[in-house]
Design a protein around this ligand. Structure first.
Ligand code: SF4
Length: 281
């Protein structure tokens, strides 16, 4: 667990990295490819060898760079990997002041390729450090049914389960049937107009928080959201009393982000009361 630059949390912990969804805008994947891979002699001698993403790897110890003996980050790039040794890192770092910990921001812990025992072990760890809040996000919230792993099948108040959506189509396919499984939504990056109204009204009070962000980076085909899309999400959340956290993304300090420019005085970074107490840890 370490301090995070992600604006809506204080820390992140990545026992599982990698993801097979292959979203074209994936920032985590670009980080893994920029800083990861076997930077070892073996790697340099076998650069052509593709990394097999069909294998789910479990690392009991870190992969060390053969030259400097430092831990490799993302040794298998973005191929799904359970870095089990990070449980010990978590236990040491969990002594920090209470914070909001984003679990697995560098992958999808609930992807269909993740074996259930892995999720169970991750839950065991966070259940042992109750002073923090834990945020989970996935594009596959059907697996939140496996929360029966939790004692009594009950979700503790400090664990928040969210879904990431990027478009109205994804909102419909996930929220129409699965909103009951969720505590919060992350619309990032917003790629189309998204109308949450009807879904929120299926289940009033169920969604406690919405996060909204635009695409970062300069990829070819990058979607720049229309102001009207952002305003609509803002209006829908406000009318239902749902806190909305708008991301500044990678905008340097002192400069206005895309969302700030588009929304002016409506730009806001709100938390539900239960997360606000740990937001500045
Ligand atoms: S679901 Fe998330 S982690 Fe997976 S590829 Fe898409 S953006 Fe990346």
């Amino acid at each position: 667990m370490k301090s995070s630059k992600i604006e809506f949390c204080t820390d992140s912990w990545n026992p599982v990295t990698g993801c097979l969804y292959d979203c074209p805008y994936c920032y985590a994947k670009s980080i893994a490819h920029r800083y990861g891979g076997h930077k070892t002699l073996e790697y340099y001698m076998a650069l052509e060898r593709p990394i097999d993403t069909s294998v789910f790897r479990v690392l009991e110890t870190p992969v060390l760079n053969e030259l400097n003996r430092q831990k490799e980050s993302y040794p298998f790039l973005f191929a799904p990997t359970y870095e089990r040794y990070r449980h010990d890192e978590f236990d040491r770092a969990a002594r920090k002041a209470p914070g909001n910990v984003f679990v697995c921001c560098m992958g999808d812990l609930f992807g269909s390729w993740i074996e259930s025992w892995v999720i169970e072990e991750v839950f065991e760890r966070v259940l042992g450090a109750k002073k923090h809040n834990y945020l989970f996000l996935t594009k596959n919230p059907s697996r939140y049914d496996e929360l029966t792993f939790l004692p009594g099948g009950i979700r503790p108040d400090n664990m928040y389960f969210g879904a990431t959506i990027d478009s109205q189509g994804m909102a419909k396919s996930i929220l129409e049937k699965q909103i009951e499984r969720l505590n919060f939504l992350c619309i990032e990056p917003i790629l189309t107009a998204v109308d949450l109204g009807e879904f929120l009204d299926y289940s009033p009070g169920k969604i406690e928080w919405v996060i909204l962000g635009a695409e970062n980076g300069n990829r070819k085909g990058k979607v720049v959201p229309k102001t009207a899309w952002l305003q609509h999400v803002s209006t829908v959340c406000k009318s239902r009393g749902i806190p909305l956290f708008m991301k500044r993304g990678h905008t340097p300090a002192g400069k206005l982000s895309l969302l700030e420019k588009a929304l002016g005085v409506d730009f806001r970074q709100e938390y539900p009361a239960s997360l606000a107490k740990n937001a500045l840890a």
